[in-house]
Design a protein around this ligand. Structure first.
Ligand code: VGL
Ligand code: ZN
Length: 232
């Protein structure tokens, strides 16, 4: 009897907790899920693999079912891109160089346009995604952000697309938390959008404290931070 009463309590308690305490977010027509750079190069086996990067795939697939609007991004570099250490004499990946627009972290060659490494992860399954936006395709300028290139001037056009569709609330997931996810969320705030990062739908590179720094900058800019179970 005691056991039966406890399990009945558990069954009744589970769902109402989410709604009566206001934890559930139900994305509407003014919201979009932005899925950042879930590409072969950033997942295990890739040239710039993020630890556990592929763990975001099932989380994002499930999350996407709650969004009418989904935008995917792809890091999309020329073979001789300025962010590749291979293009700088005597430089190694994860070092830095000074470029006209500021300090640039150097990476292994990755996400070369049209290659298998730049393709979306094969298990990513979001057939209703409406836009794929590519970034980083100018040889001399990197673009972590899906909105603004690293010169902080050149636009990708994503803000215009979202504005013209009346989308104001952005939920950001993908790879990597401390680079392309963070820069995208920060620029979203600068451009007047609401922005929330879904932390368990992201994984980080974490280079020299970059993850802590990214979360601090996002908090200061008013970027929200939630877990995927809050959305439903
Ligand atoms: C990224 C480093 C270089 C990312 C892209 O998607 O976070 N990181 N290019
Ligand atoms: Zn890149």
């Amino acid at each position: 009897m005691a056991l039966r009463r406890r399990s009945l309590f558990a069954a009744l308690a589970g769902l109402p907790l989410l709604t009566t305490k206001g934890h559930a977010i139900t994305p509407g027509a003014d919201s979009a899920l932005i899925v950042v750079d879930v590409q072969n190069c950033f997942t295990p086996g890739g040239s710039l693999a993020v630890k556990d990067g592929d763990a975001v795939v099932p989380v994002i697939n499930a999350l996407s079912r709650h969004f009418a609007n989904v935008v995917l991004t792809q890091d999309w570099h020329t073979p001789d891109h300025v962010s590749f250490a291979s293009q700088h004499q005597g430089q190694q990946p994860f070092g830095t160089v000074s470029l006209p627009y500021g300090t640039q972290v150097l990476w292994p060659d990755h996400c070369v346009m049209g290659t298998e490494g730049a393709a979306l992860h094969p298990a990513l399954s979001i057939p209703h995604a409406q836009l794929v936006i590519r970034k980083g395709y100018h040889r001399g300028v990197d673009s972590y952000s899906a909105f603004l290139e690293a010169d902080r001037t050149t636009r990708t056009g994503l803000d215009g697309y979202l504005n013209s569709r009346g989308i104001r609330k952005l939920y950001v997931a993908g790879l990597a938390t401390d680079f392309c996810v963070a820069w995208t969320a920060l620029d979203a705030r600068r451009l007047g959008f609401e922005a929330t990062v879904i932390e368990d739908a992201c994984r980080a590179i974490d280079l020299n404290g970059s993850l802590d720094k990214a979360w601090a900058e996002m908090a200061a800019a008013g970027v929200g931070r939630i877990r995927s179970q809050s959305i439903g």
